[in-house]
Design a protein around this ligand. Structure first.
Ligand code: BG6
Ligand code: MG
Length: 219
C-alpha cells in the first residue's frame, strides 16, 4: 500500500519542549516535597498532563493523598508555568532538519497530521509558524486513552481520510512508538537505541529526517 500521509508527534520531534515540561513539573513537585530528576522525566515523555502528575505523586509516595479537584488544580498550576515558558518560543526553536523535511513532504503532496498528547500543541505550532503545514491536529482532550494506546494515531489517520497502513508515524518517546506500532503504521523513531528499540526505523536526531531514506526502508 502506498504512503499518503505522515503523522507527527510534537514535543521532541518538531521542537524540544521537554526541558520546559521538566522545569515546570520539577517546581510543582518540589512544592509537595517531591524531587524529580531528568532521568525520571524521561518516563513522562508522551504522557498526558494528568498521567504525568499521577506518576510524580506515585514516585513521591503521595499517590492517594489528593482529591481529583486538588490534582486538577496542581496540573493547572504546572501548566500555568509551562505556558509562560512557551511564550518565549519562536521559529528558531524548530529542531534541525524539520522545516526542510516538512517542506519536502508538502512538495510531494503528502497529508500531514499532528498526534501530540499536548493540549498546547496548536499554540506551539503557531509560535513556530508551522500551523500551515498541517492538514489536521488531533485534539487530545477528546481521546479516551493516551499513548501507548493507538487511539491518537488512528484518530489522526481518520481525520486525514487515510487508512492507518497509508500513514507513517514519527515519535521520540517509547510510549509513542508503541502507539504507532499498535496502529499498524510504519514507525520512525528519533532517539537513542534503547528507547527506540521498537521503532521500524531509527534516527539519532531530526537532522537525519529524509523522505527518500524513509521510503527506501519501506520497500
Ligand atoms: C506530550 C509531552 O507531548 O504532551 C508530555 O511529551 C506532556 O511531557 C504531554 O505531559 C501533555 O502536554 P500538555 O501541554 O497538555 O500539558
Ligand atoms: Mg514526544
Amino acid at each position: 500500500m502506498s504512503v499518503k500521509g505522515f503523522i507527527f508527534d510534537l514535543d521532541g520531534v518538531i521542537t524540544d519542549t521537554a526541558d520546559y515540561h521538566f522545569e515546570a513539573w520539577k517546581n510543582l513537585a518540589s512544592n509537595y516535597g517531591i524531587t524529580i530528576d531528568r532521568e525520571f522525566n524521561e518516563q513522562l515523555k508522551g504522557i498526558s498532563r494528568m498521567d504525568s502528575l499521577n506518576r510524580i505523586l506515585e514516585f513521591g509516595g503521595r499517590k492517594t493523598e489528593f482529591t481529583e479537584a486538588q490534582k486538577e488544580a496542581m496540573a493547572a498550576e504546572k501548566n500555568g508555568e509551562y505556558v509562560k515558558l512557551i511564550e518565549k518560543m519562536t521559529p528558531e526553536h524548530i529542531l534541525p532538519g524539520v522545516l526542510d523535511f516538512l517542506t519536502e513532504l508538502k512538495k510531494h503532496n503528502y497529508l500531514l497530521g499532528l498526534a501530540s498528547a499536548s493540549k498546547n500543541g496548536p499554540v506551539i505550532l503557531e509560535r513556530l509558524n508551522l500551523s500551515g503545514y498541517f492538514d489536521t491536529i488531533v485534539d487530545p482532550s477528546l481521546l479516551a486513552k493516551g499513548k501507548p494506546d493507538p487511539e491518537i494515531f488512528l484518530t489522526a489517520a481518520r481525520q486525514l481520510g487515510l487508512k492507518p497502513e497509508e500513514c507513517i508515524g514519527i515519535e521520540d518517546a517509547s510510549a509513542g512508538i508503541e502507539s504507532i506500532n499498535k496502529a499498524k503504521m510504519f514507525s520512525v523513531g528519533v532517539g537513542d537505541k534503547e528507547s527506540m528499540k521498537e521503532a521500524n526505523y531509527r534516527l539519532s536526531n531530526t537532522s537525519e529526517l529524509s523522505l527518500e531514506k524513509i521510503l527506501n526502508r519501506l520497500s
